[in-house]
Design a protein around this ligand. Structure first.
Ligand code: OOG
Ligand code: NI
Length: 463
């Protein structure tokens, strides 16, 4: 078969995220309500801000503005993780970044599978935050062995999904019919199963060890636990959630509201209690489980290691002043402390660039396009003369402190558990079967390529 008859990985990813959106709205009606709210707020924001509308029309497709940007799953074994890597690769999604959440009392470590090239991100940036349970953090040896045996016995991928992944690897792609079956087969892995794999007794013991362990071990597969559309005004959606009958988490995670958005802000509605049944001899016993929720995100500029260092320090500093509680009782104080501390982070694109805190994409201005230079010049003088402009590069990754906040608020308001901090990227990569990509290299590469293309165009363009 000729290569050009294959469906592009970007198109498979788009079809997959659309199918997942439909499935999740059916499974979790409150998520459908959140989507409606997001669409309303996005439409209002756009009609109130003609400049924003113009900018987004030029850079993004307006009709897709409210679509899902990410989702999340939690896996149980190294074999599940490495197979998941192969499945995502068929959709052009690669593991970027390593996130250790043990420090935050969550017994997992994670990566994000996402598209990496500029064109792929533009086509559809859908990512999946993927966590691997760390059974080594369960103290009780008997319980650990039971959990392990349960996980070992389950099959989270359909035979069709495995066969089509192998076929794509062998041939370098899938044709239209195979791509359609692939999406349908892979969707099965993410589906909710209301019949648990375990008895009520084992569920309770797992749950007592950590709620997250019960969520990963007790079910047939790694149900998608949330999807996350993009909002143009996260504060407004957060404020309006109660009017729509959904309970927001206490605070928005990430940086405060700013003129020049940095990194990622996110919030969610709290996970719902859902009816499930547990194994009980030959029959079933009714119970409940809390895992699934909806989230929203608003992204800003990707920061350089220096900018990220400043962000981490300021976040740490504000949390020393006020630590947000799960019940929201000190949410206002936390927001105030955050805003005050973050006043130290420059808030104009020019200042952020000058201080080397963020990554920018450079392009020729109108004047630059009409200019031809005899030889290469340095970037700063080209900017000063109005030949080259700079625009922020969007942050495409996640933030460990924010992720921990999202995890925690969806695991209930109960006492937080402490684990000894034990990042183990090497172990994660061995389980994954590949190294994770470094997010900073990626942004630096995009920035560098944009500078190079300006310089080339300026010296070869016809006046
Ligand atoms: C993942 C939580 C992290 C995010 O957006 O930071 C996350 C989970 O609950 O499984 O999705
Ligand atoms: Ni999320």
């Amino acid at each position: 078969m000729k290569e050009n008859s294959y469906v592009s990985a970007d198109d498979i990813r788009s079809a997959f995220s659309a199918a997942m959106s439909v499935m999740y709205r059916e499974e979790v009606p409150a998520y459908g309500t959140l989507m409606e709210l997001v669409e309303t707020v996005n439409a209002e924001t756009l009609s109130a801000d003609a400049q924003l509308k113009e900018r987004l029309t030029a850079t993004d497709s307006l009709e897709r503005i409210s679509e899902e940007r990410h989702g999340a799953i939690r896996l149980g074994t190294p074999a599940e993780l490495s197979m998941m890597r192969r499945v995502f690769a068929v959709m052009g999604m690669y593991p970027v970044g390593y996130y250790d959440l043990s420090t935050a009392g969550v017994p997992v470590h994670s990566t994000a599978f996402r598209p990496v090239g500029e064109a792929s991100l533009k086509r559809n940036p859908f990512r999946v935050f993927t966590s691997l349970l760390r059974l080594d953090l369960i103290a009780d040896e008997t319980l650990r062995a039971e959990a392990k045996a349960n996980l070992k016995a389950r099959r989270i991928f359909t035979e069709g999904a495995v066969e089509l992944t192998e076929k794509a690897e062998r041939n370098g792609g899938l044709d239209k019919a195979d791509a359609e079956s692939f999406v349908a087969e892979v969707l099965e892995t993410f589906r909710w199963h209301d019949r648990a794999n375990v008895s009520a007794d084992l569920y309770k013991r797992l749950h007592d060890a950590h709620r997250l362990i019960a969520d990963v071990v007790s079910f047939k597969g790694p149900h998608i636990n949330h999807l996350t559309p993009r909002t143009l005004d996260i504060d407004q959606v957060q404020a309006l959630m109660p009017d729509y009958g959904i309970a927001p988490k206490a605070v928005v995670e990430g940086p405060p509201t700013r003129r020049c958005p940095i990194l990622l802000r996110q919030t969610s509605f709290k996970a719902l209690e859902e009816a499930v049944s547990f194994r009980d001899g030959d029959g079933w016993k009714a119970g409940s489980h809390t895992a699934r929720f909806g989230e929203i995100e608003q992204r800003g500029i990707a920061l350089t290691p220096k900018g990220r260092g400043l962000y981490d320090r300021l976040l740490d500093q504000s949390r020393k002043v006020v630590r947000p509680t799960a019940d929201g009782s000190n949410a206002r104080e936390y927001e105030a402390a955050l805003a005050e501390v973050f006043a130290a982070f420059p808030d104009s694109w020019a200042d952020i660039r000058e201080a080397g805190l963020g990554y920018f994409s450079y392009s020729l201005t109108e004047k630059g396009r009409r200019t031809k230079l005899p030889g290469r010049r340095d970037l700063e003088s080209l900017i000063a003369e109005g030949l080259v402009r700079f625009d922020p590069i969007v942050y495409e990754d996640f933030l460990p402190v924010s992720a921990a906040g999202i995890f925690q608020s969806n695991l209930g308001d109960g006492a937080q558990q402490e684990f000894v901090a034990s990042p183990n990227q090497q172990r994660f990569e061995a389980d994954l079967g590949a190294a994770v990509l470094n997010e900073f290299d990626h942004y630096a590469g995009i920035e560098k390529a944009s500078i190079e293309s300006c310089l080339t165009a300026l010296t070869t363009a016809v006046a």
